[in-house]
Design a protein around this ligand. Structure first.
Ligand code: UT7
Length: 348
């Protein structure tokens, strides 16, 4: 059976970057705290009215251009996001429309920061069964919508003073808010008929016991008159320490699991393209696996945590810089809300 491989990629980051110093003007935080705890220096935010399918479009166009293929050649869209335009319907069909390919099946997947390992496994299965020849995978996020910020003050659009209530609300959510940034990444996946190339193995997991570690507490359809939920229940809450502990224990295990499945040793892997949640998480995973620093690239300083988009954005940077090459053995790994986590091994 043919294994699927990535043939091209693209990325898009909206607007001008917002630095840690900018955030420190609207909440009690500091550049030093954010850098030391996470490695983040700045992030981008989607503008008012800009949704994830808008962010995805230029990333997909860049990937199509690189592969020298037209949108009509896409047989399937897999769209990963935790910040869709609507509660329903999903953003995948909207992206299909914007690409001019209505009718192409689009799946919206809800694995949050672990979307890409799940999407790669799914794309491989669609290709192996003959359901698709060319699969478009997208990770796109517009977290700006849930940030409890005084946006006009943050973006310098107004010189009015911040109210104590605005500062207090942003400060209350600072542990979660400073992490996330917006952006989109796209991967185009196709069958690869060369033996030894393509997706070698995948290991993905979901565990509802960690459901409460990162969620929007507003209960949606568990409630009658769901639209009457309290405003502040729509701001996500995060148990950062629980997520941190889960990531540094489960990610090394899942990398070992995928290596066992593919019968390759950890030393044989050329690159670990890891979800960018926190530099300290990826350092701990790297140390637990005994992997040299240069095999675990990071770009979190520039973009923050863009959830489902971190892996394709990082892939695209390395691919376009010529660092990632055909034939390299790559491990994609990530953990996110759900909990969902996983790793995929692919020979490019
Ligand atoms: O993408 C997947 C989802 N997310 C993650 O994987 C996130 C995983 N977790 C983390 O990255 C870390 O837990 C954080 C970076 C979110 C937080 O780091 P931490 O070392 O766990 O800090 P903490 O939440 O225990 O907070 C330590 C202190 C607290 O003050 P006190 O109680 O010690 O006085 C917080 O109130 O730091 C305070 N704090 C902040 N101070 C300045 C929390 N957030 C901030 C902030 N600026 N932004």
């Amino acid at each position: 059976m043919p294994g699927a491989t990535i043939i091209s990629s693209g990325r898009y980051l909206p607007g001008k970057p917002v630095s840690n110093h900018d955030l420190a003007r609207i909440m009690d935080t500091s550049d030093a705290w954010i850098r030391q705890r996470t490695g983040i220096a700045q992030r981008h935010y989607a503008s008012q009215g800009e949704g994830v399918s808008d962010l995805a479009l230029p990333a997909v166009q860049a990937a199509l251009e690189q592969a020298e293929i037209s949108p009509e050649e896409i047989d399937y869209i897999i769209f990963g996001t935790m910040t869709p335009e609507h509660i329903f319907p999903g953003s995948g069909a909207l992206l299909g429309l914007k690409l001019g390919i209505p009718g192409v099946p689009a799946l919206d997947i809800r694995q949050q920061c672990a979307a890409i390992p799940f999407a790669l496994e799914l794309a491989d299965a669609l290709i192996a069964t003959g359901s698709a020849r060319t699969v478009l995978i997208v990770g796109a996020e517009a977290h700006a919508g849930f940030m409890p910020y005084a946006w006009d003050v943050l973006l310098g659009e107004s010189d009015r003073g911040l109210t104590p209530a605005e500062r207090a609300l942003a400060t209350q959510h600072r542990g979660m808010a400073v992490l996330f940034g917006d952006g989109a990444g796209a991967l185009i996946v196709r069958a690869c008929n060369e033996p030894g190339r393509g997706l070698l193995a995948s290991a993905n997991h979901s565990d509802g016991r960690g459901h409460g570690y990162l969620l929007v507490p507003a209960g949606l359809f568990t409630r009658r008159h769901y639209w009457k939920m309290r405003e502040e229940e729509q701001i996500p809450t995060m148990k950062g320490k629980e997520l941190f502990k889960s990531a540094v224990t489960l990610l090394p295990e899942v990398v070992k699991e995928v290596c066992r499945k593919a019968k390759v040793s950890i030393d044989e892997i050329d690159w670990f393209i890891a979800h960018q949640a926190n530099d300290r998480i990826n350092s701990a995973v790297r140390e637990a696996l005994g992997v040299p620093e240069d095999k675990v690239p990071s770009n979190i300083a520039r973009y923050g945590n863009t959830s489902s988009a971190t892996i394709p954005i990082l892939f695209d940077e390395l691919w376009r810089e010529g660092k990632l090459k055909r034939g390299d053995l790559v491990c994609f790994l990530g953990l996110g809300a759900g909990l969902n986590w996983g790793a995929v091994l692919m020979r490019l």
